[in-house]
Design a protein around this ligand. Structure first.
Ligand code: SF4
Length: 510
């Protein structure tokens, strides 16, 4: 019988992974049962075994810019085996023709796959796929609950659910607001709770709320609607906000051993009631895009709604004062950055009591304002690597790909790369990690905290910034080894009889 395969491409496989790639299990649910259970391959765990693909099968490959190259390799190999090859994901949405030319795609799905995917599968299996399918932006009521029954055993530390798609902001380095839209699409609370309870029944204590922005309505948005005397808009915003509070109240009644983690703008710190509700809901971790510690840097990335200096420290500390641990995300390589930026950023991260931090190099990702500006200048420069224009940097083999793309007014590219590496080394030195481990009580928990910090650093820093392939390979081996131990710290005993708070429900349904 012909099968459906869903593949998450990756050049690095660690045997275990931190967060479940949600899209695989959502599309598995969307596939339906007619064609049997899809075969799911997450290459962050293990490489795809091509022998499992037969002629006539459907191979769905989801790509973002970072894994497009590997995705295209898989597409070509699957097509050689006679399979129907379909691409989806942000990158394929932006460049459907590229997926055909480089990934041997028979079909490309643009936008959300939740609703259109079953039709794509049927068209392929009956031999009549269309070249491009427009999935569009489906409404929140159409978001599909994932098929968690297909998860492999003992591989993931965190499960993931999505509560809201879309972000009203317009940061220049981010494509989310253009691809997912600026109108937040918030999922209803009941189906969300069913999915979360199903995950706890299976033993997941830690759940990432894989949202674009968990705080989609700010005080400024509400004030603006009042100022414009726009009652309809005001009601809409208040309803979105009320829904957030309802969700958090329901999460609060879940077992105490659960922990949630989300992504949020730092504006949430303006709203103590929101932070209190987050803490009660056990949303104890949040990725906050700080990006830059200076006003000039924030202007560079169109993120004027963030604060700088002492105000920034106070705002970030407000999260910690409410028991919410912040993973601060910083960008290096902005035009306004100087040689001092690296050390002053790490110093601010420490002063603001950040529990985790990530330091990323400014990279022009397609679909962003930054990319358009950079690509226009780069086309004039006409740089190529192995004959591939730099404006298509994701098509350059990974070991040949530059780590930085734009000339900087005051620093060499190597200075920026080394400064970034130094920031990771300083923030994650054993001494600093031990100091930060005071956030947990027992010695065992402190050791666990240190292992997780080091794991995070190995998985995301060394394999992303280092140009030395031996160092990358060493990091991957280390992460693989430590990842297995860490996983046990996150999972709990399954609770098969757990009920859904606020509902008398039997086991979760999709
Ligand atoms: S970076 Fe965050 S806040 Fe800015 S547009 Fe993207 S999702 Fe929204």
């Amino acid at each position: 019988m012909r099968r459906v395969h869903l593949v998450n491409p990756s050049t690095q496989s660690f045997g275990v992974a931190v967060i479940t790639p949600r899209w695989l299990y959502v599309l598995a649910a969307a596939t339906g049962r007619r064609w049997g259970d899809p075969c799911i391959v997450d290459e962050t765990l293990e490489r795809l075994d091509l022998e499992t693909i037969d002629a006539g099968d459907v191979v769905g490959i989801g790509i973002h810019t970072g894994n497009a190259f590997r995705g295209y390799e898989i597409g070509q190999a699957a097509r050689k085996r006679g399979a129907w090859v379909v691409f989806g994901g942000i990158h394929a949405t932006l460049f459907p023709d590229e997926a055909t030319a480089h990934g041997a795609a028979h079909a490309v799905v643009r936008g959300d796959g939740d609703v259109i995917w079953p039709r794509v599968v049927e068209d392929c299996l009956t031999g009549r796929p269309e070249r491009v399918y427009e999935g569009g932006r489906v409404s929140a009521d159409e978001f599909v609950a994932a098929r968690w029954d297909l998860l492999p055993e003992r591989r993931y530390m965190w499960a993931s659910v999505q509560t809201v798609r879309g972000c009203p902001k317009h940061c220049s380095f981010c494509s989310v607001w253009r691809t997912d839209g600026q109108q937040p699409r918030q999922r209803r609370v009941d189906p969300l709770m069913r999915e979360i309870v199903e995950l706890r029944r299976r033993g997941f204590r830690f759940i990432a709320l894989a949202d674009d922005n968990f705080y989609p309505v700010t005080f400024a948005d509400l004030a603006q609607a009042r100022r414009r005397s726009d009652p309809a808009r005001l009601r809409e915003l208040e309803a979105l906000r009320d829904d957030r509070f309802e969700l958090m109240a329901r999460l609060a009644s879940l077992p105490d051993d659960m922990v949630f983690y989300t992504q949020i703008t730092m504006e949430a710190a303006e709203d103590p009631a929101f932070l209190v509700a987050m803490q009660r809901a056990k949303i104890l971790g949040a990725l906050v895009g700080v990006e830059s510690v200076t006003q000039e840097g924030l202007k560079d990335v169109y993120k004027g709604f963030n604060l700088a200096g002492d105000d920034l420290v106070a705002r970030l500390r407000a999260f910690r004062q409410h028991g919410i641990h912040v993973l601060g995300s910083f960008i290096f390589g902005l035009n306004s950055d100087t040689k001092d930026t690296f050390d002053s950023t790490v110093a601010l991260a420490e002063q603001a009591d950040l529990t985790f931090a990530q330091f990323v190099l400014l990279t022009p990702f397609p679909g962003t304002i930054d990319f358009e500006k950079w690509a226009a200048e780069e086309r004039v420069r006409g740089t190529t690597v192995d004959g591939v224009p730099l404006t298509q940097h994701w098509l350059i083999p990974e070991d040949r790909r530059p780590r930085l793309y734009a000339p900087h007014p005051t620093m060499s590219l190597e200075e920026i790369r080394l400064g970034t590496q130094r920031a990771w080394d300083r923030f994650y030195s054993w001494r600093q990690v031990w100091r930060r481990s005071r956030v947990v009580k027992s010695l065992r928990a402190r050791i666990a905290f240190m292992l997780v910090s080091k794991l995070y650093r190995q998985m995301y820093a060394n394999t992303g910034i280092a140009t030395d392939s031996a160092r990358v390979a060493r990091s991957a081996r280390w992460a693989r080894w430590i990842g297995h131990g860490c996983r046990r710290l996150f999972v709990g005993k399954p609770m098969p009889d757990l009920g859904v708070p606020g509902e008398d429900l039997e086991p979760a349904v999709n």
